[in-house]
Write a protein that binds this ligand. Structure first.
Ligand code: SAM
Length: 239
């Protein structure tokens, strides 16, 4: 999978992504992350890419042309029109289902805004998906792009090892993940739940499911609507 990030701060992307599991996946050839510096496509000698908004108001806007040229460089390189995600607090709020959908693509372009945002005309021309990472405003789209790339990457074959498999993780179904424990068996007088030491696989699975349901009901009851629960499990939650 190839990510192409259109940004004014390419170092942020390069430094931020080249570590741990994602860094390993890049070294292994499962992922490629290209940071395209929009400033390289500025049409003035000071490489200025922002200007005042028509109609007045606070702040500066990123201009259409450098953004368009940066996008065009990617389109020319890959030879087709890819999906282009504009990171914006006005977009659809990102979730695991969207990550799965984006992971089907061969190439994805992320457009990172800065200042007050980007001239609307270039957005109309190139953007296919408007995505937010939550109801708050950040200074730029780089962190949201990194959040998205990280979660999408986890669904790309070869990125996670078997041991790191995402199958049981929160949001892989509609339930949050169960609590987990590692050595030692007793820490600060807290014991690992005995069932996890029993070696009884079915009992471990049953305990984990019960814990997942309990956690989801407590912290994210909104998710339960989509969960596939038996009547018995629904009754247990209601008690
Ligand atoms: N004036 C814009 C508005 O009110 O919608 C906000 C601009 S924000 C200060 C600058 C840039 O940060 C945006 O263009 C976008 O790329 C990014 N950004 C900020 N908050 C975000 C969020 N919650 N999700 C995704 N991108 C965000």
């Amino acid at each position: 999978m190839n990510f192409h990030v259109l940004t004014l701060f390419p170092d942020m992307i390069r430094d931020g992504m080249n570590t741990s599991i994602i860094g390993r996946a890049m070294a292994g050839g499962f992922l490629d992350i290209e940071a395209v510096n929009i400033r390289d496509y500025a049409f003035n000698k000071h490489q200025k890419v922002d200007d005042y908004p028509y109609g007045g108001g606070a702040g500066m806007l990123m201009q259409a042309e450098p953004v368009y040229l940066a996008y065009e460089s990617v389109e020319k390189k890959i030879g087709y029109q890819p999906r282009v995600i504009y990171l914006t607090p006005q977009g659809k709020v990102f979730n695991q289902e969207m990550a799965k959908d984006f992971a089907e693509e061969k190439d994805l372009v992320f457009l990172c805004g800065h200042y007050e945002g980007i001239d609307e005309r270039v957005l109309e021309e190139i953007v296919t998906d408007y995505v937010s990472i939550g109801d708050y405003v950040l200074t730029g789209g780089e962190l949201p792009a990194m959040v998205m790339m990280d979660s999408i990457s986890r669904m790309v074959p070869g990125v996670l090892t078997n041991q790191e498999s995402g199958e049981t993780e929160s949001f892989s179904g509609s339930l949050l993940e169960y609590p987990q424990y590692s050595r030692p068996e007793i820490w600060h007088e807290k014991k690992v739940p005995p069932v996890l030491l029993s070696g009884h696989h079915a009992n471990v699975e049953a305990w984990r499911r019960e814990q997942s349901i309990y956690r989801t009901a407590r912290w994210r009851p909104d998710l339960l609507k989509k969960a596939d629960l038996s009547n018995k499990e629904w009754n247990q939650i209601r008690q």
